[in-house]
Ligand binder design. Structure first.
Ligand code: SF4
Length: 259
């Protein structure tokens, strides 16, 4: 049977559509990426040490963060990663809604309508918690801090296997600091994580770790002291190929310095 004009046209259109849709995806992604990256670049600098990063392995990296030091060329968050962050915020809102649906009285904001947070060291150390749960099912004690993360399958598996403090010490430090500074240390905090691959829920009661909070607080004081004295704190490693350095947005800048 001869190849009909109609079949030929259908074949051509199908292939054009394939080509066009690939092309269009790239084109549209580029437009969205550019807009998101432009928006991110316009955010005001964060002139404080955040509780969410005080558990970071490298004190020097925290200094770069504190000074809002420009990242190395090509090390800014691309649009795709910014969308991953945006997804985390939405997932947090959903989790708050689901906890309320399950009977928890979760307050994401205080009586003044502000996010629960703290400021110490003249505002140079700050943190903003996801929420405080003041009542709910009898199996928990209130009030308790609530902190949530949206995580990939690998982190989710590690949380289940090793629990929060051993698998994600940066998150654990963040929780300990919020408990300390918000006065929510009497009862264990509720840490939840949502697996973004299949939306499974991980939950852990986190008993206040006073030592961890104190160490993080002392570290913040030391970092601020060094920043005030224009003193660069030691690198975390002796080689730029160390796994922490390889993913550091200041890798080139850091290793171009004399010490
Ligand atoms: S490159 Fe390495 S040592 Fe330097 S700031 Fe980054 S993580 Fe720290």
């Amino acid at each position: 049977m001869p190849f009909s004009i109609l079949a030929f046209a259908t074949f051509r259109v199908a292939n054009m559509l394939d080509f066009n849709s690939h092309d269009l995806s790239e084109h549209l992604s580029a437009l969205v990426d550019t807009a998101m990256e432009r928006e991110a670049a316009m955010l005001p600098p964060r002139a404080y040490l955040g509780a969410s990063s005080l558990g970071d392995d490298c004190a020097r990296r925290l200094q770069f963060q504190y000074f809002d030091t420009p990242k190395d060329i090509g090390r800014h968050f691309p649009g795709r990663v910014l969308r991953v962050f945006a997804r985390g915020h939405r997932v947090e809102d959903w989790m708050a809604d689901w906890l309320r649906l399950a009977g928890f009285d979760l307050r994401a904001r205080n009586d003044q309508g502000e996010q629960h947070g703290f400021a110490a060291a003249q505002g140079r150390v700050r943190g903003h918690a996801d929420g405080v749960i003041v009542a709910g099912p009898d199996s928990f004690r209130y009030p308790m801090l609530w902190e949530n993360k949206a995580v990939g399958a690998k982190t989710f598996r590690e949380l289940r296997k090793k629990r929060l403090a051993a698998s994600r010490p940066v998150y654990a430090t963040q929780v300990a600091l919020y408990q300390a500074y918000l006065g929510l240390y009497e009862h264990p905090a509720l840490f939840t994580a949502i697996c973004t691959d299949d939306m499974s829920i991980y939950a852990e009661r986190v008993t206040f770790d006073r030592g961890m909070a104190q160490r993080a607080s002392d570290r913040a004081v030391e970092i601020l002291r060094a920043c005030d004295a224009a003193e660069l704190l030691p690198r975390i490693s002796t080689t730029p190929t160390h796994h922490t350095c390889r993913f550091c947005p200041w890798q080139d800048r850091c290793w171009s310095l004399p010490h």
